[in-house]
Design a protein around this ligand. Structure first.
Ligand SMILES: [Mg+2]
Length: 364
């Protein structure tokens, strides 16, 4: 099971979000989303796929993983998942405990679990203890539109497609109120991506109290301001969700110790891969905190998150960003239907990326 090849493959696929360009980079509108793949191959021919968090043609991030992380993986025994992950983290600790290097380690870990499942001839979920369900509920995670017309139209399209759970990425009260009104009796959560000092976050929490939001995500700047988050949680009106900007088990321990969160949101492509997410899931179970992974991913990261969620008794709802891609990496197998998605049943992740899509959308 010696790993003989380790590569990054960066692809960038254009999407339509049905509104104004939802984000830009350096002032230039970008309507494409990266999937930064890590591909590992063993001497006996097993191929594993992982995903590192990425955004828009992140060549520098791919290069960092290619040159710093992957050379430490080649030659190792793919069965030693925990040891490889430990050695990567220990040897690369000076490059930061959250950020590009950890994204690369996360991708390697997921690819190793894919190989383990393929070698065992079992789907990943079986290696994690077995499935509690074969069908996952999905919430539509909307782009940020920052205008009432586009966000309400997007909510309407979510409902037409059968979603019963919708997450907004708005910070303006008029847009939030209009979107909630458009959502009717569908459940709405709000993700603000860390915009406010504590006092402003508390003010917004109070102003939105009548809307019945199911959670209030990352209201406080900066993301490691656990005391500030804890104040909003203690004095505010909403369950608090956070975790996509935390690096691993101990960051979640610190957040929980601070009383900062009701809902933990580690990301399999940022927070240490499948191995670390299962540790965080156990921590949450012990602490009475909801475990609902973050998943702004469309490749092996999304598929791995599906297996992780299915392996939990309190099956977390799966996040999927609400946009339509020009091409699908898995021929549509990772697209929700009526707000639900089927867990793949093949060995490992159960899905391999389409080589034609990789060829067509690869960023060199
Ligand atoms: Mg978020």
């Amino acid at each position: 099971m010696k790993i003989v090849k380790a590569d990054t493959i960066l692809i960038s696929i254009p999407f339509d979000a049905g509104g104004i360009p939802p984000w830009s980079f350096g002032g230039k509108p970008k309507l494409a989303f990266d999937t930064l793949l890590v591909r590992l191959e063993t001497e006996d021919g097993h191929v594993g796929w992982g995903e590192a968090f990425s955004r828009n043609e992140d060549r520098s991030l791919a290069m960092m993983i290619e040159t710093r992380v992957l050379p430490l993986v080649v030659g190792r025994d793919a069965r030693e998942i925990a040891k490889i992950k430990h050695d990567l983290e220990f040897n690369l600790q000076n490059f930061g405990r959250i950020g590009p290097i950890m994204y690369g380690i996360s991708a390697v870990d997921t690819a190793l679990w894919d190989i383990a499942g393929k070698a065992a001839g079992r789907p990943l979920v079986d290696l994690l203890g077995g499935a509690f369900t074969n069908t996952l509920d999905v919430y539509a995670s909307l782009m940020c539109y920052h205008n009432i017309d586009d966000v309400t139209a997007a909510v309407g399209r979510c409902l037409e497609r059968g979603y019963r759970h919708i997450k907004l990425h708005e910070v303006g009260e008029p847009e939030i109120r209009a979107a909630c009104a458009a959502a009717g009796d569908a459940e709405v959560t709000l993700d603000t991506n860390c915009p406010w000092p504590v006092e402003e976050a508390m003010d917004m929490d109070a102003r939105l109290a009548d809307l019945g939001l199911a959670w209030f995500e990352e209201p406080v700047w900066p993301p490691e301001n656990y005391r500030g988050l804890a104040r909003v949680r203690a004095q505010g009106n909403h369950p608090i969700a956070a975790g996509e900007n935390q690096g691993g088990l101990h960051d979640f321990m610190a957040m929980i110790d601070a009383g900062a969160i009701d809902i933990a949101q580690p990301d399999v492509a940022k927070t240490g891969g499948v191995t670390e997410l299962m540790k965080i899931a156990a921590l949450c179970e012990g602490a009475g905190i909801r475990f609902v992974p973050h998943c702004a991913l469309f490749g092996p990261g999304q598929v791995a998150t599906m297996h992780i969620n299915a392996a939990r008794r309190t099956t977390p709802i799966l996040e999927r960003l609400f946009c339509d891609f020009e091409a699908e990496l898995y021929d549509g197998a990772t697209l929700p239907v009526d707000g639900k998605i089927k867990l793949p049943t093949g060995p490992g992740l159960g899905l391999d990326p389409d080589p034609d899509v990789i060829a067509d959308y690869r960023v060199d």
